[in-house]
Write a protein that binds this ligand. Sequence first.
Ligand SMILES: [Zn+2]
Length: 316
Amino acid sequence: MPVEEVLAPLNSLLIAVSLLMGLLVGSFCNVCVGRWPHGESVVSPRSRCPKCMNAITWYDNIPLLSWLILGAKCRNCKASISWQYPLVEAITGVLFVIVYLRFGMTLASPVYMVLAAAMVVVTFQDLADWTIPDEVTLTGLPLALGLSALVLFLSGDTGLLVTHPFDALKGMALGFAVLYGLDRIAILILKKPGMGFGDVKLLAMLGGFIGWQGVLGTLMLASVLGSTVGLSVMLYFKLKGAPQSDGATSEETPAESDAAQPDDNEADTAREDDGISLDHRYLPFGPYLAIAGLAYALVGPQVLDWYLAGLGPVGY
Ligand SMILES: [Zn+2]
């Protein structure tokens, strides 16, 4: 029997295992997004319904299924459960499968699965809370460095982008320097911070996993994504006729923005504060960095090769 025929069922099994692990890890990502912003432990206590405070039993806490079976409602008090929970689980599950299909039985698979889950947490926490968890970025920095050092002692293809501690450090340094520099320039020119320090730490951490080329690729893709979505949102509100402030420098927030926060009006330094009011002209940059960084880890070098190969003959 040819090797492929022997391995085919094993491959299907590993795809299923990847999906299952992704769903379970996604469930944990929900816990992180819900608790880290409040400084709570993600280990204990067990999950409770935020309304009736009843502990959620294991059979009501099965990724995707429980939400569907319970009809998006708490079994006890019938309070509705956000669609964000199954969404995070499904996204993480799909990402784990994509990582497995891309990297197979290499060290890169578990590493980029963890990175994918971390980016899911970053994306959803930044969207919901306007913060990027230090639990991800400050933990990721030494992990990336340790991993690149470990790879030195391994033989064979690991599938990893960064295979030397020096490359990890270069990626971190560039990731830090680029966004920190842009932030400084934004402060000088616009008289307000361009992005939060959480973004700086995030790109530095990503640099440790995807290298300095990855930092540049991530920044380019994130900017394209950010401006596309930003312009679409602006256009949407323009067409819809929502109130717009006159100039980009105005600090005024539209009156209809979410329940007035009892914070002071100094919005300058409030980027990472809980109290910043969300208005539709300003979206967090973290999700774009997270999505772009993960995309680079998955296909970045291949896309670059393909792009450069396409460009090649043009020069002659
Ligand atoms: Zn309840």
